[in-house]
Design a protein around this ligand. Structure first.
Ligand code: C5P
Length: 288
């Protein structure tokens, strides 16, 4: 085998709570992460030496700033690999969006290189390499529906969420995750998220209603930086999408719903007035 293609799925956060700021500057979180069908496609090719990245996306870095590059670097170092890898990233997930686009590419490189080069690294080793690359990368290795704690790397896989439609809208502005977390520390966001109850709703396959307390504590922060988040959210709620939230550190806003609203969503996409937004209808993705 000289090449391998892997799908790299995006994620949304069904809720995100921050417990506290840690000594190392990161934050201890409690969140549910959910894979969605929107994905990049990563093709890995064996080459003689080094790491090369090619992509269809004009703004994506192709050097060490790309998490996929870092992932390949870590794998090569870990096993002392005497070959190199070329990585082609067919980018569909918007970048700097709160959808773990960079993290999922990195996870796919880790999984993919393990297979392509017959490295036989076990789950624990893959997880530890993934965590070196970023807090969201361990989740992206397996994906599905998971309750994530600590920096996001401690994962408890939940009963897969029943299939939902997911409407994603991302305004054109970029937002730095680090800046959002730093600003969070300056605000006093007083919000209690009923974590146990929300996990039970997923585990019992009950309907998800926003009034049950689903919330992302980073949303009020990002809204201060990107006013479009509120504009988009209001438009979606006014159209009848009650379960509408920001994902991760944003600025992507999503609505999640079952089949009854699918035509409403298609019409909304057709008539969406903000020409520079990225807008797509996708669905939740589970792997078992
Ligand atoms: O881990 P990652 O590099 O993806 O995190 C990006 C930034 O997000 C970090 O530099 C940190 O500021 C913030 N972060 C955090 N606590 C987490 C995850 C991320 O403060 N649990």
């Amino acid at each position: 085998m000289n090449e391998l293609t892997v799908n790299a799925y995006a994620k949304i956060n069904l809720f995100l709570d921050i417990k506290n700021r840690r000594e190392d500057g990161y934050h201890n979180l409690e969140m549910v992460m959910q894979s969605i069908a929107l994905h990049d496609t990563i093709t890995l090719y064996k080459i003689e030496k080094g790491i090369e990245i090619e992509t269809n996306h004009k703004k994506l870095p192709t050097g060490e700033d790309n998490l996929a590059y870092k992932a390949a670097q870590e794998i090569i170092k870990k096993v002392n690999l005497d070959e190199g890898v070329k990585i082609f990233i067919d980018k569909k997930i918007p970048i700097a969006a709160g959808l773990a686009g960079g993290s999922t590419d990195a996870a796919s490189v880790i999984k993919g290189m393990n297979k392509l080069f017959d490295l036989n690294l076990d789950q624990e080793e893959l997880h530890s390499i993934a965590f070196k690359i970023g807090s969201d990368v361990p989740f992206c290795l397996e994906g599905g529906t998971a309750f994530a704690t600590k920096r996001g790397e401690k994962l408890r896989y939940l009963t897969p969420l029943k299939k939902h439609n997911v409407l994603l809208i991302k305004p054109p502005e970029m937002v730095s995750t680090k800046k959002v977390y730093t600003l969070y520390d300056e605000y006093n966001i007083d919000r209690i998220i009923p974590v146990k109850k929300l996990i039970q709703i997923i585990e019992n396959n009950e309907n998800m209603r926003i009034e049950d307390g689903w919330f992302n504590v980073l949303e009020p922060v990002t809204k201060k930086l990107v006013s479009d988040v509120e504009v988009i959210k209001e438009k979606l709620i006014n159209q009848g999408f009650k379960f509408t939230m920001m994902t991760g550190s944003g600025p992507t806003v999503f609505s999640i719903f079952e089949n009854e609203d699918i035509n409403l969503a298609k019409n909304l996409i057709k008539n969406w007035p903000r020409a520079n937004d990225f807008i797509i209808l996708t669905e939740t993705k589970n792997f078992n």
